[in-house]
Design a protein around this ligand. Structure first.
Ligand SMILES: [Zn+2]
Length: 172
């Protein structure tokens, strides 16, 4: 029985507890002794190889790149600021009207709030059932309502334009 490659490797690594048996076999078997010296030469050659630096960075293609510029162009920042300003103005204009629509609830206790909501809901349903389209000769909207409507439409238009500009910039 000749020595296995594993036994020879372990012998070279000095990681064997069959050292005496292996040495006994090597001294009597030229074939295994030759295999051992071949293995020794291979390892010696591997050790003598110089460390070669990579000529190009292999990790580079996998490094995430920022797809968006860090800073938005000036005109876009202006658009966003304008949007915010107009939206804020619209909210300030609309707030009193919305406040008028929402009746003031007495927040004395939770149960009373619930009862108030219930009665309010009932009265809303009542109002809805009695709602009639305004007849043509009378002015369908109050002036304040027209302001409110135009403010909402204006904000919506600005919103669309601003977002369109933002999207176009991202696609580029
Ligand atoms: Zn042998």
């Amino acid at each position: 029985m000749h020595l296995t490659d594993e036994q020879l490797n372990e012998y070279l690594d000095e990681a064997t507890n069959e050292r005496a048996q292996i040495e006994a076999h090597l001294s009597s078997c030229d074939e295994c002794a030759a295999r051992l010296s071949t293995l020794q030469n291979v390892f010696a050659e591997l050790d003598s190889l110089p460390e070669v630096a990579l000529t190009r960075n292999l990790a580079a293609p996998f490094t995430p790149r920022p797809s968006l510029p860090a800073q938005l162009p000036k005109f876009l920042t202006l658009t966003v600021t304008l949007q915010a300003a107009v939206a804020l103005t619209a909210i300030i204009i609309a707030a009193p009207f919305i406040a008028q629509l929402i009746p003031v609830l007495e927040l004395s206790s939770l149960s009373s709030v619930f009862i108030q909501l219930q009665t309010q809901w009932a009265s809303w349903l009542d109002t809805l059932s009695q709602f009639q389209m305004p007849t043509l000769p009378t002015i369908p909207f109050e002036l304040s309502s027209i302001y409110l409507m135009s403010a909402v439409v204006g904000v919506f238009m600005l919103w669309l334009v601003g977002n369109g500009l933002l999207l176009r910039n991202q696609i580029k």
